[in-house]
Design a protein around this ligand. Structure first.
Ligand SMILES: CC(C)(COP(=O)(O)OP(=O)(O)OC[C@H]1O[C@@H](n2cnc3c(N)ncnc32)[C@H](O)[C@@H]1OP(=O)(O)O)[C@@H](O)C(=O)NCCC(=O)NCCS
Length: 446
Protein backbone atom coordinates (compact mmCIF):
# COMPACT_ATOMS: atom_id res chain seq x y z
CA UNK A 1 0.00 0.00 0.00
CA UNK A 2 1.31 3.43 -0.89
CA UNK A 3 1.90 5.77 2.03
CA UNK A 4 1.58 8.87 -0.14
CA UNK A 5 -1.91 10.35 -0.25
CA UNK A 6 -2.13 12.67 -3.25
CA UNK A 7 -5.06 14.64 -1.78
CA UNK A 8 -2.98 15.66 1.26
CA UNK A 9 0.53 15.53 -0.19
CA UNK A 10 -0.09 17.76 -3.20
CA UNK A 11 -1.81 20.66 -1.37
CA UNK A 12 0.79 20.42 1.39
CA UNK A 13 3.67 20.53 -1.07
CA UNK A 14 2.11 23.47 -2.89
CA UNK A 15 1.64 25.32 0.38
CA UNK A 16 5.41 25.23 0.82
CA UNK A 17 6.05 26.59 -2.69
CA UNK A 18 5.97 30.31 -1.75
CA UNK A 19 8.75 29.74 0.78
CA UNK A 20 10.86 27.80 -1.67
CA UNK A 21 10.57 30.63 -4.20
CA UNK A 22 11.18 33.30 -1.58
CA UNK A 23 14.27 31.74 0.01
CA UNK A 24 16.26 30.64 -3.05
CA UNK A 25 19.61 32.46 -3.00
CA UNK A 26 19.07 33.80 0.53
CA UNK A 27 21.72 33.49 3.25
CA UNK A 28 21.02 31.83 6.60
CA UNK A 29 23.47 31.61 9.49
CA UNK A 30 22.55 28.73 11.81
CA UNK A 31 23.94 28.36 15.33
CA UNK A 32 23.63 24.85 16.72
CA UNK A 33 24.01 24.48 20.49
CA UNK A 34 26.48 21.77 21.51
CA UNK A 35 23.64 20.41 23.68
CA UNK A 36 21.75 19.43 20.50
CA UNK A 37 24.69 17.29 19.37
CA UNK A 38 25.04 15.80 22.86
CA UNK A 39 21.32 14.92 22.71
CA UNK A 40 21.88 12.90 19.53
CA UNK A 41 20.14 15.37 17.20
CA UNK A 42 23.01 15.91 14.77
CA UNK A 43 21.95 13.55 11.98
CA UNK A 44 18.35 14.77 11.78
CA UNK A 45 19.52 18.38 11.88
CA UNK A 46 22.08 17.83 9.12
CA UNK A 47 19.39 16.21 6.98
CA UNK A 48 17.19 19.30 7.41
CA UNK A 49 20.10 21.60 6.54
CA UNK A 50 20.80 19.52 3.43
CA UNK A 51 17.19 20.11 2.32
CA UNK A 52 17.60 23.87 2.75
CA UNK A 53 20.86 23.67 0.83
CA UNK A 54 19.17 21.78 -2.00
CA UNK A 55 16.61 24.58 -2.20
CA UNK A 56 19.33 27.07 -3.00
CA UNK A 57 19.69 28.57 0.48
CA UNK A 58 23.27 29.63 1.29
CA UNK A 59 24.31 28.29 4.67
CA UNK A 60 26.83 29.02 7.37
CA UNK A 61 26.75 26.61 10.32
CA UNK A 62 28.28 27.54 13.66
CA UNK A 63 28.44 24.74 16.21
CA UNK A 64 28.60 25.18 19.96
CA UNK A 65 30.45 22.76 22.21
CA UNK A 66 29.72 23.58 25.84
CA UNK A 67 28.69 20.11 27.11
CA UNK A 68 31.52 18.49 25.15
CA UNK A 69 34.09 20.86 26.71
CA UNK A 70 32.54 20.36 30.15
CA UNK A 71 32.85 16.61 29.69
CA UNK A 72 36.54 16.90 28.80
CA UNK A 73 37.13 19.19 31.78
CA UNK A 74 35.38 16.77 34.08
CA UNK A 75 37.54 13.92 32.80
CA UNK A 76 40.54 16.01 33.84
CA UNK A 77 39.03 16.66 37.25
CA UNK A 78 38.34 20.33 36.49
CA UNK A 79 35.14 22.33 36.92
CA UNK A 80 33.55 24.61 34.34
CA UNK A 81 33.19 28.22 35.36
CA UNK A 82 30.89 30.79 33.75
CA UNK A 83 30.13 34.49 34.22
CA UNK A 84 27.74 36.65 32.14
CA UNK A 85 26.87 33.51 30.17
CA UNK A 86 30.50 33.12 28.98
CA UNK A 87 32.99 30.41 29.96
CA UNK A 88 36.06 31.46 31.90
CA UNK A 89 38.77 29.77 29.83
CA UNK A 90 42.12 28.92 31.39
CA UNK A 91 44.86 27.00 29.55
CA UNK A 92 43.36 23.61 30.46
CA UNK A 93 39.88 24.66 29.31
CA UNK A 94 41.33 25.93 26.03
CA UNK A 95 42.96 22.55 25.44
CA UNK A 96 39.65 20.82 26.14
CA UNK A 97 37.86 23.23 23.78
CA UNK A 98 40.31 22.52 20.97
CA UNK A 99 39.88 18.79 21.42
CA UNK A 100 36.10 19.03 21.57
CA UNK A 101 35.97 21.26 18.47
CA UNK A 102 38.15 18.85 16.49
CA UNK A 103 35.94 15.93 17.41
CA UNK A 104 32.71 17.81 16.59
CA UNK A 105 33.92 19.04 13.22
CA UNK A 106 34.79 15.49 12.35
CA UNK A 107 31.28 14.30 13.34
CA UNK A 108 29.57 17.12 11.45
CA UNK A 109 31.55 16.51 8.26
CA UNK A 110 30.79 12.80 8.54
CA UNK A 111 27.07 13.54 8.93
CA UNK A 112 27.10 15.70 5.77
CA UNK A 113 28.90 12.98 3.85
CA UNK A 114 26.19 10.34 4.29
CA UNK A 115 24.22 9.37 1.24
CA UNK A 116 22.66 5.98 1.71
CA UNK A 117 19.82 5.25 -0.70
CA UNK A 118 16.31 5.70 0.74
CA UNK A 119 17.47 8.16 3.40
CA UNK A 120 16.93 11.92 3.34
CA UNK A 121 20.63 12.31 2.52
CA UNK A 122 20.51 10.20 -0.66
CA UNK A 123 21.87 12.25 -3.58
CA UNK A 124 22.70 15.17 -1.30
CA UNK A 125 26.06 16.75 -2.01
CA UNK A 126 26.93 19.34 0.57
CA UNK A 127 30.59 20.35 0.57
CA UNK A 128 31.72 21.60 3.96
CA UNK A 129 34.37 24.32 4.08
CA UNK A 130 36.07 25.49 7.27
CA UNK A 131 38.87 27.95 7.81
CA UNK A 132 40.37 30.78 9.77
CA UNK A 133 37.61 33.26 8.98
CA UNK A 134 37.52 34.89 12.42
CA UNK A 135 39.81 37.23 14.30
CA UNK A 136 39.33 37.43 18.06
CA UNK A 137 40.17 39.66 20.97
CA UNK A 138 40.15 38.80 24.66
CA UNK A 139 37.02 39.43 26.73
CA UNK A 140 39.43 40.78 29.36
CA UNK A 141 38.44 41.56 32.94
CA UNK A 142 34.76 42.36 33.43
CA UNK A 143 33.28 43.25 36.85
CA UNK A 144 36.46 41.95 38.44
CA UNK A 145 36.25 38.57 36.63
CA UNK A 146 39.28 37.68 34.49
CA UNK A 147 37.98 35.73 31.48
CA UNK A 148 41.55 34.77 30.49
CA UNK A 149 41.48 32.95 27.13
CA UNK A 150 37.80 33.60 26.45
CA UNK A 151 37.41 35.92 23.52
CA UNK A 152 34.98 37.97 21.50
CA UNK A 153 34.80 38.21 17.74
CA UNK A 154 36.90 41.08 16.50
CA UNK A 155 36.40 40.68 12.78
CA UNK A 156 34.75 38.24 10.41
CA UNK A 157 36.15 37.82 6.92
CA UNK A 158 32.70 38.10 5.36
CA UNK A 159 34.05 38.40 1.81
CA UNK A 160 35.86 35.05 2.06
CA UNK A 161 32.80 33.32 3.59
CA UNK A 162 30.63 34.84 0.89
CA UNK A 163 32.90 33.47 -1.86
CA UNK A 164 32.63 29.96 -0.37
CA UNK A 165 28.83 29.97 0.01
CA UNK A 166 28.39 31.54 -3.43
CA UNK A 167 29.98 28.48 -5.03
CA UNK A 168 27.58 26.21 -3.14
CA UNK A 169 29.71 25.20 -0.14
CA UNK A 170 28.40 25.17 3.41
CA UNK A 171 30.76 27.07 5.69
CA UNK A 172 31.28 25.44 9.09
CA UNK A 173 32.64 27.62 11.89
CA UNK A 174 33.83 26.53 15.31
CA UNK A 175 33.76 29.01 18.18
CA UNK A 176 37.47 29.78 17.91
CA UNK A 177 39.31 32.84 16.75
CA UNK A 178 42.90 33.94 16.60
CA UNK A 179 44.42 37.22 17.60
CA UNK A 180 46.85 38.95 15.21
CA UNK A 181 49.66 37.42 17.30
CA UNK A 182 48.30 33.92 16.57
CA UNK A 183 46.94 33.36 20.07
CA UNK A 184 43.79 31.21 20.17
CA UNK A 185 40.65 32.38 21.97
CA UNK A 186 37.61 30.40 22.96
CA UNK A 187 34.49 32.20 21.67
CA UNK A 188 30.81 31.56 22.18
CA UNK A 189 28.77 30.00 19.39
CA UNK A 190 26.21 32.81 19.82
CA UNK A 191 28.78 35.58 19.37
CA UNK A 192 30.31 33.91 16.31
CA UNK A 193 26.92 33.28 14.68
CA UNK A 194 25.72 36.83 15.37
CA UNK A 195 28.91 38.52 14.14
CA UNK A 196 28.93 36.34 11.02
CA UNK A 197 25.26 37.05 10.27
CA UNK A 198 25.95 40.79 10.57
CA UNK A 199 29.12 40.61 8.46
CA UNK A 200 27.23 38.77 5.71
CA UNK A 201 24.07 40.85 6.19
CA UNK A 202 22.35 37.47 6.26
CA UNK A 203 18.62 37.14 5.69
CA UNK A 204 18.20 34.99 8.80
CA UNK A 205 20.09 34.08 11.93
CA UNK A 206 18.74 30.91 13.53
CA UNK A 207 19.71 29.48 16.91
CA UNK A 208 18.83 25.86 17.70
CA UNK A 209 18.88 25.83 21.42
CA UNK A 210 17.86 24.10 24.63
CA UNK A 211 15.20 26.80 25.25
CA UNK A 212 11.77 26.58 23.58
CA UNK A 213 11.74 30.28 22.64
CA UNK A 214 11.00 33.50 24.49
CA UNK A 215 7.93 33.44 26.72
CA UNK A 216 5.41 36.28 26.72
CA UNK A 217 6.06 36.58 30.47
CA UNK A 218 9.70 35.50 30.85
CA UNK A 219 9.36 34.64 34.55
CA UNK A 220 6.21 32.56 34.06
CA UNK A 221 7.17 29.14 32.68
CA UNK A 222 3.52 28.48 31.76
CA UNK A 223 3.05 31.56 29.59
CA UNK A 224 2.94 31.14 25.81
CA UNK A 225 5.95 31.40 23.54
CA UNK A 226 6.02 34.69 21.64
CA UNK A 227 6.18 33.54 18.03
CA UNK A 228 7.06 36.99 16.73
CA UNK A 229 8.73 39.88 18.57
CA UNK A 230 9.23 43.28 17.02
CA UNK A 231 12.71 44.58 17.71
CA UNK A 232 11.42 47.30 20.05
CA UNK A 233 9.42 44.74 22.07
CA UNK A 234 12.41 42.40 22.19
CA UNK A 235 14.55 45.23 23.57
CA UNK A 236 11.91 46.04 26.20
CA UNK A 237 11.60 42.39 27.23
CA UNK A 238 15.36 42.02 27.45
CA UNK A 239 15.63 45.07 29.70
CA UNK A 240 13.03 43.51 32.02
CA UNK A 241 14.81 40.14 32.17
CA UNK A 242 17.55 39.32 34.67
CA UNK A 243 21.00 39.58 33.02
CA UNK A 244 22.07 36.13 31.78
CA UNK A 245 24.47 34.23 34.01
CA UNK A 246 24.34 30.88 32.25
CA UNK A 247 24.53 30.37 28.49
CA UNK A 248 21.24 28.47 28.66
CA UNK A 249 19.35 31.58 29.91
CA UNK A 250 16.82 32.71 27.29
CA UNK A 251 18.08 36.28 27.79
CA UNK A 252 21.49 35.18 26.51
CA UNK A 253 20.01 34.14 23.16
CA UNK A 254 17.63 37.09 23.03
CA UNK A 255 20.45 39.61 23.46
CA UNK A 256 22.21 38.14 20.44
CA UNK A 257 19.01 38.24 18.35
CA UNK A 258 18.55 41.89 19.24
CA UNK A 259 22.17 42.65 18.38
CA UNK A 260 21.82 40.89 15.02
CA UNK A 261 18.65 42.81 14.19
CA UNK A 262 20.33 46.08 15.16
CA UNK A 263 23.23 45.11 12.91
CA UNK A 264 20.96 44.75 9.88
CA UNK A 265 19.92 41.07 10.00
CA UNK A 266 16.21 41.33 9.34
CA UNK A 267 15.11 38.26 11.25
CA UNK A 268 16.62 36.14 13.99
CA UNK A 269 15.09 33.02 15.49
CA UNK A 270 15.38 31.05 18.71
CA UNK A 271 14.20 27.46 18.19
CA UNK A 272 14.08 24.40 20.44
CA UNK A 273 16.22 21.56 19.12
CA UNK A 274 14.04 19.20 21.14
CA UNK A 275 11.28 19.53 18.52
CA UNK A 276 12.02 17.26 15.58
CA UNK A 277 12.34 19.29 12.37
CA UNK A 278 12.28 22.62 14.25
CA UNK A 279 14.29 24.28 11.51
CA UNK A 280 11.91 23.16 8.77
CA UNK A 281 8.84 24.11 10.81
CA UNK A 282 10.18 27.60 11.48
CA UNK A 283 11.25 28.25 7.91
CA UNK A 284 8.35 26.67 6.02
CA UNK A 285 5.29 27.38 8.17
CA UNK A 286 3.60 30.66 8.93
CA UNK A 287 3.72 30.66 12.72
CA UNK A 288 6.86 28.62 13.07
CA UNK A 289 7.80 26.97 16.31
CA UNK A 290 10.07 29.22 18.37
CA UNK A 291 10.49 32.98 18.59
CA UNK A 292 11.36 35.25 15.68
CA UNK A 293 12.76 38.71 16.39
CA UNK A 294 12.01 40.95 13.45
CA UNK A 295 13.11 44.45 12.61
CA UNK A 296 9.88 46.43 12.81
CA UNK A 297 10.87 48.47 9.78
CA UNK A 298 9.50 45.51 7.86
CA UNK A 299 5.94 46.39 8.66
CA UNK A 300 3.75 43.46 7.80
CA UNK A 301 0.79 45.52 6.60
CA UNK A 302 1.90 47.83 3.82
CA UNK A 303 1.20 49.16 0.36
CA UNK A 304 2.38 46.87 -2.45
CA UNK A 305 5.33 47.42 -4.77
CA UNK A 306 6.13 45.81 -8.11
CA UNK A 307 8.14 43.12 -6.25
CA UNK A 308 4.85 41.83 -4.81
CA UNK A 309 3.15 40.98 -8.12
CA UNK A 310 4.29 37.33 -8.05
CA UNK A 311 3.19 36.89 -4.43
CA UNK A 312 -0.23 38.42 -5.09
CA UNK A 313 -0.81 36.21 -8.14
CA UNK A 314 0.10 33.12 -6.14
CA UNK A 315 -2.27 34.13 -3.33
CA UNK A 316 -5.36 34.90 -5.41
CA UNK A 317 -4.98 32.21 -8.07
CA UNK A 318 -6.76 29.38 -6.12
CA UNK A 319 -9.72 31.71 -5.44
CA UNK A 320 -9.91 32.68 -9.11
CA UNK A 321 -9.92 29.01 -10.02
CA UNK A 322 -12.85 28.19 -7.73
CA UNK A 323 -14.78 31.26 -8.89
CA UNK A 324 -14.65 33.22 -5.58
CA UNK A 325 -12.71 36.00 -7.30
CA UNK A 326 -12.86 37.23 -10.89
CA UNK A 327 -9.77 36.43 -12.91
CA UNK A 328 -7.06 39.07 -13.21
CA UNK A 329 -4.17 38.89 -15.64
CA UNK A 330 -0.61 39.48 -14.47
CA UNK A 331 -0.39 42.57 -16.69
CA UNK A 332 -3.47 44.02 -15.00
CA UNK A 333 -2.02 43.50 -11.52
CA UNK A 334 1.33 44.92 -12.65
CA UNK A 335 -0.42 48.01 -14.00
CA UNK A 336 -2.56 48.47 -10.87
CA UNK A 337 0.05 47.46 -8.27
CA UNK A 338 -0.11 50.87 -6.57
CA UNK A 339 -3.76 50.21 -5.67
CA UNK A 340 -2.88 47.09 -3.61
CA UNK A 341 -2.29 46.76 0.12
CA UNK A 342 -0.59 43.55 1.27
CA UNK A 343 0.14 41.67 4.47
CA UNK A 344 3.61 40.21 4.46
CA UNK A 345 5.11 37.82 6.95
CA UNK A 346 8.73 36.77 6.72
CA UNK A 347 8.96 37.65 3.04
CA UNK A 348 5.74 35.92 1.97
CA UNK A 349 2.48 37.65 0.95
CA UNK A 350 -0.39 36.28 3.06
CA UNK A 351 -3.09 38.82 2.30
CA UNK A 352 -4.02 41.48 -0.20
CA UNK A 353 -6.77 43.85 -1.31
CA UNK A 354 -6.95 46.57 -3.97
CA UNK A 355 -8.68 49.94 -3.81
CA UNK A 356 -10.03 51.38 -7.08
CA UNK A 357 -11.34 54.92 -6.60
CA UNK A 358 -14.27 56.44 -8.47
CA UNK A 359 -13.71 60.04 -7.34
CA UNK A 360 -16.61 61.39 -9.38
CA UNK A 361 -18.96 59.30 -7.20
CA UNK A 362 -16.87 59.88 -4.04
CA UNK A 363 -16.51 56.14 -3.54
CA UNK A 364 -14.04 53.33 -4.24
CA UNK A 365 -14.19 49.62 -4.86
CA UNK A 366 -12.29 47.24 -2.61
CA UNK A 367 -11.38 44.31 -4.85
CA UNK A 368 -9.49 41.03 -4.59
CA UNK A 369 -9.63 40.92 -0.79
CA UNK A 370 -7.88 37.64 -0.03
CA UNK A 371 -6.27 36.07 3.00
CA UNK A 372 -4.27 32.88 2.56
CA UNK A 373 -6.26 29.84 3.79
CA UNK A 374 -3.33 28.97 6.09
CA UNK A 375 -3.95 32.08 8.21
CA UNK A 376 -7.65 32.82 7.81
CA UNK A 377 -9.63 33.51 10.96
CA UNK A 378 -6.83 35.41 12.74
CA UNK A 379 -8.14 38.90 12.07
CA UNK A 380 -5.93 39.66 9.05
CA UNK A 381 -8.99 40.17 6.83
CA UNK A 382 -10.21 42.79 9.24
CA UNK A 383 -6.79 44.50 9.46
CA UNK A 384 -6.55 44.83 5.72
CA UNK A 385 -10.14 46.12 5.50
CA UNK A 386 -9.30 48.81 8.07
CA UNK A 387 -6.24 49.89 6.11
CA UNK A 388 -8.30 50.08 2.89
CA UNK A 389 -10.89 52.18 4.73
CA UNK A 390 -8.16 54.53 5.97
CA UNK A 391 -6.83 54.91 2.45
CA UNK A 392 -10.32 55.71 1.14
CA UNK A 393 -10.95 58.25 3.91
CA UNK A 394 -7.53 59.83 3.32
CA UNK A 395 -8.51 60.23 -0.33
CA UNK A 396 -11.58 62.19 0.81
CA UNK A 397 -14.10 59.53 -0.22
CA UNK A 398 -17.43 58.89 1.54
CA UNK A 399 -17.70 55.12 1.15
CA UNK A 400 -16.21 51.90 -0.17
CA UNK A 401 -18.05 49.11 -1.90
CA UNK A 402 -17.43 45.45 -2.75
CA UNK A 403 -18.89 43.00 -5.22
CA UNK A 404 -19.17 39.52 -3.82
CA UNK A 405 -20.85 36.23 -4.57
CA UNK A 406 -19.86 34.25 -1.46
CA UNK A 407 -18.64 36.48 1.30
CA UNK A 408 -21.64 38.71 1.91
CA UNK A 409 -22.01 37.90 5.59
CA UNK A 410 -18.39 38.68 6.38
CA UNK A 411 -18.91 42.20 5.03
CA UNK A 412 -22.31 42.73 6.65
CA UNK A 413 -20.79 41.88 10.03
CA UNK A 414 -18.28 44.63 9.38
CA UNK A 415 -20.69 47.45 8.68
CA UNK A 416 -21.49 46.93 4.98
CA UNK A 417 -25.08 47.05 3.68
CA UNK A 418 -26.47 45.55 0.52
CA UNK A 419 -27.57 47.91 -2.26
CA UNK A 420 -28.96 47.46 -5.74
CA UNK A 421 -26.33 47.18 -8.53
CA UNK A 422 -27.89 50.36 -9.92
CA UNK A 423 -26.20 52.18 -7.03
CA UNK A 424 -22.79 51.60 -8.62
CA UNK A 425 -20.91 54.52 -10.18
CA UNK A 426 -21.67 54.73 -13.92
CA UNK A 427 -18.17 53.67 -14.97
CA UNK A 428 -18.38 50.57 -12.75
CA UNK A 429 -21.91 49.72 -13.80
CA UNK A 430 -20.74 49.42 -17.41
CA UNK A 431 -18.27 46.69 -16.32
CA UNK A 432 -20.74 44.91 -14.00
CA UNK A 433 -21.09 41.30 -15.04
CA UNK A 434 -24.85 40.67 -14.81
CA UNK A 435 -24.33 36.92 -15.32
CA UNK A 436 -22.17 36.64 -12.22
CA UNK A 437 -24.98 38.30 -10.22
CA UNK A 438 -22.57 39.60 -7.60
CA UNK A 439 -24.07 41.31 -4.64
CA UNK A 440 -23.08 44.91 -4.10
CA UNK A 441 -22.31 45.95 -0.54
CA UNK A 442 -21.44 49.44 0.61
CA UNK A 443 -19.86 50.79 3.75
CA UNK A 444 -20.55 54.48 4.29
CA UNK A 445 -18.20 56.51 6.45
CA UNK A 446 -20.70 59.16 7.54
C1 LIG B 1 -13.13 36.67 3.61
C2 LIG B 1 -11.70 36.65 4.07
C3 LIG B 1 -10.93 37.76 3.37
C4 LIG B 1 -11.65 36.84 5.58
O1 LIG B 1 -10.30 36.86 6.01
P1 LIG B 1 -9.90 36.40 7.53
O2 LIG B 1 -8.54 36.89 7.81
O3 LIG B 1 -10.17 34.96 7.68
O4 LIG B 1 -10.94 37.25 8.34
P2 LIG B 1 -10.99 37.58 9.87
O5 LIG B 1 -10.00 36.76 10.64
O6 LIG B 1 -10.90 39.06 10.02
O7 LIG B 1 -12.47 37.10 10.18
C5 LIG B 1 -12.76 35.73 10.33
C6 LIG B 1 -14.25 35.53 10.52
O8 LIG B 1 -14.90 35.64 9.26
C7 LIG B 1 -15.66 34.47 9.00
N1 LIG B 1 -15.68 34.21 7.54
C8 LIG B 1 -14.68 33.81 6.75
N2 LIG B 1 -15.11 33.66 5.48
C9 LIG B 1 -16.43 33.98 5.47
C10 LIG B 1 -17.44 34.02 4.48
N3 LIG B 1 -17.19 33.67 3.24
N4 LIG B 1 -18.66 34.43 4.85
C11 LIG B 1 -18.94 34.78 6.12
N5 LIG B 1 -18.03 34.76 7.11
C12 LIG B 1 -16.78 34.35 6.80
C13 LIG B 1 -14.94 33.40 9.77
O9 LIG B 1 -15.81 32.32 10.05
C14 LIG B 1 -14.54 34.14 11.04
O10 LIG B 1 -15.65 34.26 11.88
P3 LIG B 1 -15.47 34.27 13.48
O11 LIG B 1 -14.56 35.43 13.80
O12 LIG B 1 -16.85 34.48 13.97
O13 LIG B 1 -14.88 32.95 13.80
C15 LIG B 1 -11.02 35.28 3.77
O14 LIG B 1 -11.83 34.28 4.29
C16 LIG B 1 -10.77 35.02 2.29
O15 LIG B 1 -9.72 35.36 1.77
N6 LIG B 1 -11.73 34.36 1.60
C17 LIG B 1 -11.56 33.97 0.22
C18 LIG B 1 -11.62 35.15 -0.74
C19 LIG B 1 -12.87 35.97 -0.58
O16 LIG B 1 -13.96 35.46 -0.40
N7 LIG B 1 -12.69 37.28 -0.71
C20 LIG B 1 -13.76 38.23 -0.70
C21 LIG B 1 -14.04 38.50 -2.11
S1 LIG B 1 -15.16 39.79 -2.29
Amino acid sequence: MSLVFPHTFVPWFRSVAPYIHAYRGKTFVVGLAGEAIAAGKLNAFVQDLAILHAMGIKLVLVHGFRPQVNEQLEAKGQVSRYAHGIRITDAVALDCAQEAAGQLRFEIEAAFSQGLPNTPMANATVRVVSGNFLTARPVGIVDGVDFMLSGLVRRVDGAAIRRAIDIGALVLLSPFGFSPTGEAFNLTMEDVATATAIALQADKLVFLTEVPGIREKPDDADSDIDTELALADARRLLAAMAPPQQPSDPAFYLQHCVKACEGGVERSHILPFAADGALLLEVFTHDGIGTMVVDEKLESLREASSDDVGGILQLIEPFERDGTLVRRERAEIERDIATYTVIEHDGIIFGCAALYPYPEARTAEMAALTISPQVQGQGDGERILKRIEQRARAAGLDSIFVLTTRTMHWFIKRGFAQVDPDWLPEARKRKYNWDRRSQVLVKKFV
